[in-house]
Design a protein around this ligand. Structure first.
Ligand SMILES: [Zn+2]
Ligand SMILES: [Zn+2]
Length: 113
């Protein structure tokens, strides 16, 4: 299965999280993008807006550096994804592998959308 990471690294000084995927692809996510794309019901505005694909609008969102965009912890959530914990205490977002791969901001992945 290609949509499975072999390595996840949070680079706090650079405000980026990177994922190396099983197929060799590498994704680098700015923390602000991950927070803007938080898939939880609260951030998406209700369960009915939750989706397995990121809302394309999140790529245009620019969030100011603040506790809400600073990643404090990455927790494994079963074998299907991770929970991101933010410095403002928000930890509702479960990012599964499919969602994270679809969220890859690199030019190659964005062109494919
Ligand atoms: Zn959220
Ligand atoms: Zn990519």
């Amino acid at each position: 299965m290609k949509e499975k990471p072999i390595n996840i690294t949070a680079n706090r000084p650079a405000l980026e999280m990177s994922i190396e995927w099983g197929d060799g692809h590498k994704s680098i996510y700015p923390f602000s993008l991950l927070r803007a794309a938080c898939p939880c019901a609260q951030c998406r505005g209700g369960h009915e807006n939750m989706s397995s694909e990121p809302d394309p609008a999140v790529f245009a969102v620019e969030l100011e550096d603040s506790p809400s965009t600073r990643l404090s912890n990455v927790k494994a959530t079963g074998s299907y994804g991770i929970t991101l914990v933010w410095e403002d205490g928000h930890d509702y977002g479960i990012y599964n592998w499919h969602y994270l791969r679809a969220l890859c901001p690199c030019p190659t992945c964005r062109r494919r959308q």
